[in-house]
Design a binder for this molecule. Structure first.
Ligand SMILES: [Zn+2]
Ligand SMILES: [Zn+2]
Length: 148
């Protein structure tokens, strides 16, 4: 189960306290924006949204705040060759669908179909997690489909 946004914000506050870094309004705003998304936003998208609440925030600050959230394990960075780097507030292992045309990334529902890491024993590697990435064309990008 995913913890509530309030609980997650308190986890961020705790992380900042432990590291001795300030829990700035910018960090908080970046995290809040990521949490509102189910569609795996890019850093640029988060930057634009943070601008609506804290217009003074620089792009570099947003990118750094995202790095902090990833280090704190509160947000996952998804980097797939087909898409720009995106951020995911769901940190539990789950599968993704990705559109090769528009780069849209969605969660594949019914993620109990996660592959068993024991089936992927690779010499020299410690396998921690295996997930499925389904690449293809989303409903709006399929030829002949009406634009959504
Ligand atoms: Zn698409
Ligand atoms: Zn996801």
């Amino acid at each position: 189960m995913m913890t509530s946004p309030e609980e997650r914000l308190s986890l961020l506050a705790e992380y900042c306290r432990e590291r001795g870094v300030p829990m700035t309004a910018q960090r908080r705003a970046v995290f809040e924006k990521v949490l509102t998304h189910k569609d795996h936003p890019t850093a640029e998208r988060i930057y634009e949204e943070v601008q609506t609440v804290l217009p003074q925030t620089s792009r570099a600050t947003v990118y750094r705040a995202l790095d902090t959230l990833v280090e704190a394990n509160l947000v996952k960075r998804i980097a797939h060759p087909e898409a720009r780097t995106r951020f995911d507030p769901v940190t539990e292992p789950h599968n993704h669908l990705i559109c090769e045309t528009c780069g849209r990334v969605e969660d594949l529902e019914n993620s109990e179909s996660l592959p068993d890491p024991d089936l992927f024993k690779i010499p020299g590697w410690e396998t921690k997690q295996v997930s499925i990435l389904v690449c293809g064309l989303c409903p709006s990008c399929r030829p002949g489909s009406e634009p959504a």
